[in-house]
Design a protein around this ligand. Structure first.
Ligand SMILES: Cc1ncc(COP(=O)(O)O)c(C=O)c1O
Length: 316
């Protein structure tokens, strides 16, 4: 469904909101009496994909023409989305990239895309990057980058405006037919914090962290407190599916993602979405969802470089 009153997005492309909710017939869920639906946030906008639309658009408005500065690693989805948003809106962007050593190497495809979209890249060493949220370190980075007046968005894009923007994801699922559990992959926890707040009573949110460390419960609660004044909604995390940490994978996970693409005709983003889908299949297999449960898997992103969707194969 496309809402006709939705405002035009960056570059004039209207966002597809609410994002589509599609049935996914999958015997691994059916045999447990569980219905699986896919919340296709990856289809919201061709360039501001998934949670990036929900997190970035309120910040782009708040930047009001100032340079938007943000942070990321060499393959950051968030940096690419920010660069694309800047190009679409004619807003200057500056990406602070982890790893001084990268400054002397050819740009990888992800950073090359950022640069092609007009993002100025500023490389910092890993120790400076680690302390970038401390006021003195941040001031030093802004000074060195010549961007003292910039509008600063944190790594991963999860500030108060972004979390409030993600509440609409939960509200869309609340208004959809019969969703009991909404699952998504987590980096900073910002999308989960917003979605859980919007889900309303009787529905629960499940976050699958893709980073190791077990810090996300406190971080997500802190984001909710900053955005809404208190912890909101019924949410929990399952820490078992990070596959060793950010950007780590195994042949088993790769095979799982390829198989999911074949079954459902959906390009599966590997850093986040694949781990969440793997987790859901494992949980269904464990009998973690009571019979009759409808589980919505939120597709928060798309692969980079974009993969052509594969033809849907018979799923039984
Ligand atoms: C595709 C995708 N899914 C999920 C996330 C996690 O979002 P959050 O940092 O709000 O937890 C990200 C973050 O960059 C992402 O790129």
């Amino acid at each position: 469904m496309t809402r006709t009153d939705a405002p035009a997005g960056p570059g004039g492309t209207p966002p597809r909101l609410p994002s589509p909710l599609v049935e996914a017939v999958d015997p691994r869920f059916e045999r447990r009496g569980v219905r699986l639906v896919l919340k296709r946030d990856d289809l919201i906008h061709p360039e501001l994909i998934g949670n990036k639309w929900r997190k970035l658009t309120p910040n782009l408005e708040a930047a009001a023409g100032r340079t938007l500065l943000t942070f990321g690693g060499a393959y950051s989805n968030h940096l690419r989305a920010t660069a694309a948003a800047g190009r679409l809106l004619g807003l200057p962007t500056l990406g602070v990239v982890r790893g001084q050593e990268l400054a002397d190497r050819p740009l990888n495809p992800s950073l090359a895309r950022c640069a092609a979209d007009g993002m100025r890249l500023h490389f910092v060493d890993r120790s400076t990057y680690r302390y970038k949220t401390e006021p003195r370190t941040l001031a030093g980075i802004l000074r060195a980058a010549g961007a003292e007046d910039a509008y600063v968005v944190p790594e991963g894009g999860s500030n108060v405006l972004a979390v409030r923007g993600c509440r609409a994801l939960g509200e869309e699922l609340r208004d959809a037919d019969g969703v009991d559990v909404a699952a998504l992959a987590c980096g900073t926890g910002g999308t989960l914090a917003g979605m859980a707040a919007g889900l309303g009573p009787g529905r629960r949110a499940l976050g699958v962290p893709v980073l190791r460390g077990g810090f996300l419960d406190a971080d997500t609660a802190a984001l909710q407190t900053a955005a809404f004044g208190a912890r909101r909604g019924d949410w929990s995390l399952d820490d078992r599916f990070h596959f060793g940490g950010y950007a780590r994978t195994t042949t088993e996970l790769d095979a799982f993602a390829e198989d999911f693409e074949r079954r459902h005709g959906l390009p599966v983003e590997r850093l986040y979405v694949a781990k969440m889908l793997y987790g859901l299949v494992a949980l269904a297999d464990e009998g973690a969802f009571p019979r009759g449960t409808t589980v919505a898997a939120v597709i928060t992103g798309a692969p980079f470089p974009a993969a052509a969707p594969r033809p849907q194969a018979a799923s039984r």
